[in-house]
Design a binder for this molecule. Structure first.
Ligand code: GLA
Ligand code: ZN
Length: 707
């Protein structure tokens, strides 16, 4: 009741103050914009910075623009936190300051991406409409004053968001150097527990399940007497506990709560995108800056409204390591829309809010940037231009220091820009073509969140165990949704795919039957689409294809482990940890087993020829990464995929191809020089000349070879 009253009052207030949004036409198809957008009409790639004119005196703006131009930059992202400066009081807009900056930027050939500023609501909004502030789990309102303070269900907030978006779109639609939009900033959270969210959740559940009977069945409410008899009885479940002993809510309810929260973000963005597409010219793009593996929002759903995705890459924290994570994130970002992406924020210096971390070493931000280029980044934007002297991010360093001097990091970024300029003609229209796909599924992430089965089990780690081995083997991988067309791939892996609806099981079976090689592993297919455990013997509908049955299973706690044995896959000593399936290799070949009296008859790794393809199963988690190298070697052989390069440790390879070009990127992630054997007599694009038998990469060295 209370919720409804607030909503109605808000709408009435907005109607009478003339601020209600006029309905807009249906959204135009975002797919008509290709990634060639990343290269402007003169074939120049977009390279630039995140810039905050509001942080610096006007007298400094021109110096900044001049320095940007000198560095070879041609784009800035602006305004994503400047709501109160653009709408200082409700319904009164002030864009003059941004217009002035845009005119200046234009003078220096710099284009702009504008952020809708809804990640930080103005103080007046929080004071006037307190219901727009999110409510914590304990019922308290979030204190206004950081960012991401809002409730995404609040009708008031949604109207405020639509109004500023509309005002910006109308004002900047014809500004000559505005090229596109970023919605909000890094969607996800806060997860709000207010009455409006509860009401929205109940409505969403009604939409999803249709009847209470179905909802009760999907949530398994016969357990602990959780049956609900009216929609109004449904509460926001307590889902924050981790591990098997936490007193958390019903897993079906938590699963739906997570899907619902993802949907809330997607709906909020959709409302902004609709307005931008209606008002702005067709050549304006709409994107959003994602956070790689952040688990709260389904990026597949969020990206449906976007022309392409962008992401924020911050891989420099503690001691230098091989950047597997940033490569894997890039491959997911590319997999989301199955097309190239932009880097909207790229590490430019030491990162940190309260404490700052390591300062990137000479050559390091260059190689970070090349790594993304190698995996399909079509634009490169550094975060941020100049290190801020105020606020929460005083220690999150930009290309320039607090003193505004263009020193080492600026010079390195300028070097990157000039090198990119020298190769951009070869990059246009190229992307990564992979024979291997790894499936990444949000439903499985949400199922395992709070009920991971065994300690430490999560999708990201499961994916990276295999991914890192492909990285070491120099093989490109696509990370894709369950809905992807698997027939494009010779090899598909489904790590930790715990949620397996029958239809998806059928799709995996068909894939193998028609010639694909599939690898499934621990906990694959345990649950149905509602997060209820299947009643079948594991691995359920995959059993005939994998040729196995899983009789029992259990955790391996850190106080013990098993030794693995194999006469086919390896002769090394490998250790099974964390989890073990008691796999009966029925029709499958036992590729590896356990050196342990009670597991003698069970398999750790199996392979089964099925139809024209084969299905592999791995029933444990192995401590040593060399195990995954050996396994991947076998999988590649089985799938007829050629390893085309031998890489020294710490060197990464990736190939971008298309438009008549094929470019091999080599990146040295270490602080030792490395030699790599490469194809002979090919153009070495960065160093000039032709390749010999091998190429030498210095500390953090990079090479781009035109094959
Ligand atoms: C994120 C945000 C930026 C900034 C950086 C650094 O990626 O999008 O606004 O806060 O982190 O903290
Ligand atoms: Zn709320």
């Amino acid at each position: 009741m209370k919720t409804k009253k607030i909503l109605i009052t808000t709408i009435i207030v907005l109607i009478f103050s003339g601020q209600l949004i006029v309905p807009v036409r249906a959204q135009k198809n975002p797919e008509n914009k290709s990634t060639l957008l990343a290269f402007n009409d003169k074939g120049k790639m977009y390279i630039g910075v995140d810039y905050y004119p509001e942080h610096w005196p006007r007298e400094r703006w021109e110096t900044d623009c001049k320095l940007m131009k000198e560095a070879g930059f041609n784009v800035v992202r602006l305004a994503e936190f400047a709501w109160v400066l653009m709408e200082p009081s409700e319904g009164k807009f002030e864009f003059d300051w941004l217009d002035d900056f845009l005119v200046l930027a234009d003078k220096y050939g710099i284009k702009a991406i504008l952020g809708t500023p809804t990640a930080v609501m103005p103080a007046w909004a929080a004071r006037k409409y307190p219901e727009t502030l999110a409510t914590k789990k304990n019922g308290q309102k979030i204190v206004w004053g950081a960012r991401k303070n809002n409730c995404f269900s609040s009708g008031t907030y949604r109207l405020l968001s639509e109004r500023i978006t509309k005002a910006m779109a109308e004002h900047f639609a014809n500004t000559p150097n505005v090229i596109g939009w970023q919605t909000d900033n890094e969607f996800a959270g806060p997860v709000c527990h207010c009455d409006i969210c509860l009401g929205n959740f109940q409505d969403w559940l009604r939409e999803k399940h249709g009847t209470l009977e179905k909802l009760n069945e999907a949530w398994g409410t016969h357990f602990w007497g959780h049956k609900v008899q009216t929609w109004g009885e449904i509460q926001i479940p307590d889902c924050t506990g981790e591990g098997s002993w936490s007193p958390t809510g019903n897993p079906g309810a938590c699963y739906d709560w997570r899907q619902f929260n993802s949907w809330l973000n997607v709906r909020f963005q959709h409302e902004q995108v609709k307005i931008i597409r209606e008002i702005c010219p067709d050549n304006h793009f709409v994107t959003h800056n994602l956070m790689s593996f952040h688990p709260e929002v389904s990026y597949y759903d969020l990206a449906k409204d976007l022309d392409f995705v962008s992401w924020d890459n911050y891989p420099v924290w503690n001691k230098p390591t091989i950047s597997y994570g940033a490569a894997m994130a890039a491959d997911l970002m590319r997999g989301i829309k199955e097309k190239n992406f932009w880097i909207m924020e790229q590490t430019a210096g030491a990162c940190g809010w309260g404490n700052f971390f390591r300062n990137p070493r000479p050559g390091e931000i260059r190689k970070i940037s090349y790594q993304q280029l190698a995996h399909g980044a079509d634009a490169q934007i550094w975060f941020r231009w100049r290190t801020c002297t105020a606020g929460r991010e005083q220690y999150w360093h930009g290309l320039l220091g607090h003193d505004g001097k263009p020193l080492r990091r600026y010079k390195e970024a300028a070097q990157v820009a000039s090198e990119y300029r020298s190769i951009e003609k070869y990059l246009v229209g190229t992307t990564i073509k992979s024979d291997v796909a790894i499936v990444y599924d949000y439903n499985s992430i949400w199922s395992l969140w709070g009920q991971s089965g065994f300690e430490g089990n999560n999708v990201r780690d499961a994916v990276s165990r295999y991914y890192n081995a492909f990285f070491r083997a120099g093989i490109n991988v696509d990370i894709v949704n369950t809905t992807a067309d698997f027939s494009k791939y010779k090899l598909v892996l489904t790590p930790d795919l715990i949620v397996l609806p029958d239809k998806l099981a059928g799709k995996l079976n068909d894939y193998v039957k028609t010639g694909g090689v599939l690898l499934a592993d621990c906990r694959t297919g345990v649950k149905d689409e509602y997060n209820l455990v299947h009643k079948r013997t594991l691995p359920g509908l995959l059993s005939p294809m994998l040729g196995i049955e899983i009789q029992e299973y259990g955790a391996i706690t850190p106080d013990f482990s098993y030794e693995l044995i194999s006469d086919r896959l390896f002769s090394d000593k490998f250790t099974a940890t964390m989890y073990v399936d008691w796999v009966i290799p029925k029709d499958a070949e036992k590729v590896a087993g356990y050196n342990q009296w009670h597991l003698e008859n069970f398999a750790a790794v199996t392979r089964h020829g099925f139809g024209k393809g084969s299905g592999w199963y791995v029933g444990t988690i192995v401590k040593e990464e060399q195990f995954y190298d050996k396994l991947v070697e076998q999988l590649l052989k089985d799938a007829n995929i050629n390893k085309f390069i031998e890489l020294p440790e710490g060197v990464e390879a990736s190939v971008r191809q298309g438009n008549g070009n094929k470019l091999l990127f080599l990146i040295n992630h270490t602080e030792e020089p490395k030699k790599v054997i490469v194809p002979k007599d090919k153009s070495d694009l960065l160093n000039g000349g032709k390749t010999g038998d091998f190429i030498e990469l210095g500390i953090y060295g990079v090479a781009v070879i035109k094959l």
